[in-house]
Design a protein around this ligand. Structure first.
Ligand code: 13P
Ligand code: SF4
Length: 370
């Protein structure tokens, strides 16, 4: 669903009723606890690492995008899944769960600006241009941070989804299938991953979906990967200048960043990996070690609180928040659970069958190799 469709939904009864803004935190927490107790195993609340603490404290499972997709595929018990994350994650959960399980997104406006940077019409135009230029030599891969329609396109064309945890393995697999890869929609994850496989920058082209333009200097025959010109509006805020400043002011800090950060940042960092990788690295680090983290603010603040024995800061001193992740807050969670209990489907996420049947091919090709 794109931003316009979400706004349309928000005017169709999916807006938080005024009274939820008046409730005290204690009252909302009690309501959530009571509903969780009443529904028991019928209700499951997955929470992405970037969610706020006020929501994460009620999650039955937390994880990065890969873990949440795996959990969704395994969970056959829950009738109701209240997904605390963003729209594409709830769509993935709907695709991977059974027909009788219902997935809800507590705030229908919780989208992802990166996922919105690739729509299906643009993708089809790009594909026909690439087929004309390169013939049948390309396999599409899409980051899970994409719409269900893009996943379906990728599934139909023999490709797979990837997450930031398994992008390297999936790209290696993709090159056993075809000579070239179209990587949607995050140019940074695509570039950072291709570099780890030894593909030089001068063999990477960029597809500009606004101007329908293949950006590449050199011979087209040399192109190994075509990067869709999309990015994460949170991670692009971690810059080489942040790192250069830190190397001078605190030279003993380890710098760890998410691979959605630009390549120029990732090459200067000490480590790069998914949210699960970042959490794991800091957990294993010795007491007294010093870390600057380049990822979303809620996660950085949680890691800081959980490790008082280590010195941890955000790589960008102006903490970078994902505003759409933050739309899922305690009032929305409370409201959503109450709607679920009443049998209201206002916040339901349902991927149409004709899209889901192809999207699941792309997801399963990833899950089989995860
Ligand atoms: P991961 O969960 O794969 O680390 O991705 C982070 C992210 O931006 C999710 O939207
Ligand atoms: Fe999308 Fe970036 Fe927010 Fe993740 S952090 S949901 S990629 S905008």
């Amino acid at each position: 669903m794109n931003i316009l469709e979400m706004m349309r939904n928000s005017t169709a009864g999916a807006v938080l009723p005024e009274e939820y803004k008046q409730f005290s935190v204690q009252e909302m927490e009690e309501r959530v606890m009571e509903i969780k107790a009443r529904l028991g195993k019928r209700l499951f609340i997955p929470g992405h690492h970037y969610q706020k603490d006020e929501v994460i404290k009620f999650a039955d499972a937390t994880g990065d995008s890969l873990k949440l997709a795996q959990i969704s595929a395994e969970n056959k018990d829950a009738e109701f899944i209240a997904f605390c994350g963003v729209h594409f994650m709830a769509e993935t959960a709907d695709i991977l769960t059974t027909e009788s399980q219902k997935v809800f997104l507590p705030d229908m406006r919780a989208g992802c600006s990166m996922a919105d940077m690739a729509d299906i019409n643009q993708t089809e135009k790009c594909w026909s241009h690439l087929q004309e230029t390169f013939g049948d030599t390309i396999l599409p891969l899409t980051y899970v941070n994409s719409t269900a329609a893009i996943k379906a396109f990728v599934g139909k064309n023999g490709g797979a989804t990837v997450t930031s945890s398994n992008a390297k393995r999936m790209l290696q697999w993709a090159f056993t299938q075809k000579e070239r890869i179209l990587f949607l929609p995050d140019q940074h994850l695509g570039r950072n991953t291709a570099i780890t496989l030894g593909i030089p920058l001068d063999k990477m082209a960029v597809w500009d979906p606004i101007n329908n333009d293949l950006q590449f200097e050199g011979r087209v025959e040399d192109v190994k990967i075509i990067l869709w010109k999309g990015h994460c509006s949170v991670h692009e805020n971690f810059t080489p200048a942040n790192i250069e400043h830190l190397r001078k002011s605190k030279p003993d800090m380890n710098i760890i960043v998410h691979p959605e950060c630009p390549y120029e940042t990732v090459v200067l960092a000490d480590y790069a990996g998914s949210t699960a990788y970042i959490i794991d690295m800091i957990e294993k680090a010795p007491a007294g070690s010093k870390w600057a983290i380049g990822t979303e603010m809620n996660l950085v603040q949680r890691i800081i609180a959980q490790h008082p024995d280590k010195e941890i800061i955000s790589l960008n001193p102006h903490l970078c928040a994902c505003l759409t992740m933050n739309r899922i807050d305690l009032p929305h969670l409370t409201w959503s659970l109450e709607m679920i209990e009443k049998g209201e489907n206002t916040q339901i996420i349902k991927v149409p069958e004709e899209i889901a049947k192809d999207a699941v091919l792309a997801l399963n090709r990833m899950l089989e190799r995860a």
